[in-house]
Design a protein. Sequence first.
Length: 449
Amino acid sequence: MFRRVLIANRGEIALRIMRSLRSLGIKVAIIYGKEDRLSLPVRLADEGIYIPRDDPLATYLDIEAIVKSAKEFGADAVHPGYGFLAENPTFARRLTEEGIKFIGPSSKVLKILGDKISARKIMAEAGLPVAKGSDSPISNVKEAEEIARQIGFPVIIKAAAGGGGIGMQIVNSKDNFESALNLCQGRALSAFGDDRVFIEKFIEGAQHIEFQVLSDGKNAIHFGERFCSIQRRHQKILEEGPWLDDEVRSKMGEIVVKGAKLVGYEGLATFEFLRDEKDNFYFLEVNPRVQVEHTVTEMIVGQDLVSLGIKVASGEEINISQDEIKITGHAIEIRINAENSFTLEPSPGRIWECIWPGGNGVRIDSHVHTGYDVPASFDSLLAKVIVWAPTRKQAIRKMSSTIDEIILTGVDTLIPLHKKILNEEDFNDRQITIKYLEEHPKLMKEGLE
């Protein structure tokens, strides 16, 4: 097992990783910039390593500065968390060159999975179902229009690199295809330094379902699925699980395990799919890291996924069989972002009062406290509230009563929106697609119940 690990991240995920490292008896250091100098993860770490930069994001994106920090701390490994450099093959390679373990897949695997086009190809070889789409990058408008015509509108244009829904454009007809293509290419270049895009058939009435996988490079197991269809700007705000029946879970689980084995994957991975109205699954992507909503799976399977990922990175083989993974009850996670519930505009500022709920089956993952200054520079996630109950109906009731106990003043949050969702009829009846918020505009109107 590692003796010393550097966390190359911030916020709630840095604190979550720290807890697992501490439970394994590992010394912890964390990098930070000036905005995070008084943050909870920095205050609780064995050592904080200051990387001053004018641009707050640069602290967490400077590969050589982080590698230097890891060496100075004497780190055996670096945990990247999610976001920032978590999926960067150059970062993984540089650490390997310095004899420091990157807690995650190899740089080679990151490169394969980081390119959505190559990921589509290799996962199709593994037997994962993929939507009709282009097999290579598209740049020529006429060529792209012809491919779209063959696939059939509506189509979706996606960046080949990156993620988080950035740049994605849904196109319903040829009339606005060229402008959508140019917009996607421009945003992809700006966000990822790579303007390559590809086209897929847009799955209408789709649900977003993902599978949690752990692999040690040879063997792999899955921990079932999560349902993640309630999204804004193609990013999730509420997740839950389980969602599928045992037969479908077993079938899809076997496929994702095969996919992980095919690429020699090491660590935690999430295989994401869209399911259409006829219950057909279509592969989206593999997230080669710990996922924000890993907490849902931890609650229903009773496993510490982050610790399992660290153990695999240290060289341990998976010592859990697929038959030992048992799903019990139902869990729901809501993301509390510092955003206005009705305009979705960011709401940075100082938290004047912060009181979190508790009780049986309630979990709060947060770095936020009274007096915390929410910076404008980073993702607006303040906390994740997760509840567990024997049934979905009971979990919804528990979540509703749990968030009623939250006292969080000083910034706007998504809590009012979540309260409305939890009381909404279609949500309670499982009538949910990835267009849920668009199909329920009243939820986004202030004052309406």
